[in-house]
Design a protein around this ligand. Sequence first.
Ligand code: ADP
Ligand code: MG
Length: 248
Amino acid sequence: MTDTAQTPVIQLKDVNKHYGPLHVLKDINLTVDKGEVLVIIGPSGSGKSTLCRTINRLETIDSGQILIEGRPLPQEGKALAEVRAEIGMVFQSFNLFAHRTILDNVTMGPVEVLKTPKQQAQDEALVLLDRVGVKEQAAKVPAQLSGGQQQRVAIARSLAMHPKAMLFDEPTSALDPEMINEVLDVMVGLARDGMTMVVVTHEMGFARRVADRVVFMADGAIIEEGAPEEFFTHPKTKRAQEFLDSIK
Ligand code: ADP
Ligand code: MG
């Protein structure tokens, strides 16, 4: 019998992927438990984005297994679309629909995919926009908002789908410095509310404060993982130490 309390929300088993000759993911084993916040750090080009993208099959894998709540990630079709809808993804670029209002951006998914009645979707969207601090911008289009505001809309849009987990791939790295904290604060709030999260970030303050576990990747492999305090103060590998020194 499956014990859902024990089944990881996301599990990768011996995952390998190549881009031609490049072995971009090497025997990746990873579990993310319900309510856990996993932070992935590592040098540019180490495979962090590719790893995130395999989790909802924006990238295929060559071997290994990806399980969502214990079930293999579907390969295609409606079943895949359903799993994708359950795993929110927030990218470095906000990817909002430029010609739709902020409110529309947040309601489109629920209306079209979840078949939520429009009025209900709008009511829920306004609650979410309020939660991320941009409710006043609901009638505007994305270009009228700052980068930080747009990224908070992108988070609200993901939340509107009632995701089981959220993936964040460097959500603040395209933002002006003064806008980084307003986005991180929203993410801290989500973590505190118990959202299951995978976060690729260079924001070490955030990682120290919020992560339950830190994973360090280099050259397509997980080199080290551990509790944030332990990892940041006593990294076990020279590779991680060098990386931490380089970003200080
Ligand atoms: P990170 O997010 O850690 O910076 P990525 O996952 O984006 O790393 O990239 C890992 C490696 O895979 C890099 O060497 C990158 O150039 C390469 N790569 C990423 N996407 C592709 C692609 N679509 N085709 C070929 N190579 C790719
Ligand atoms: Mg990346």
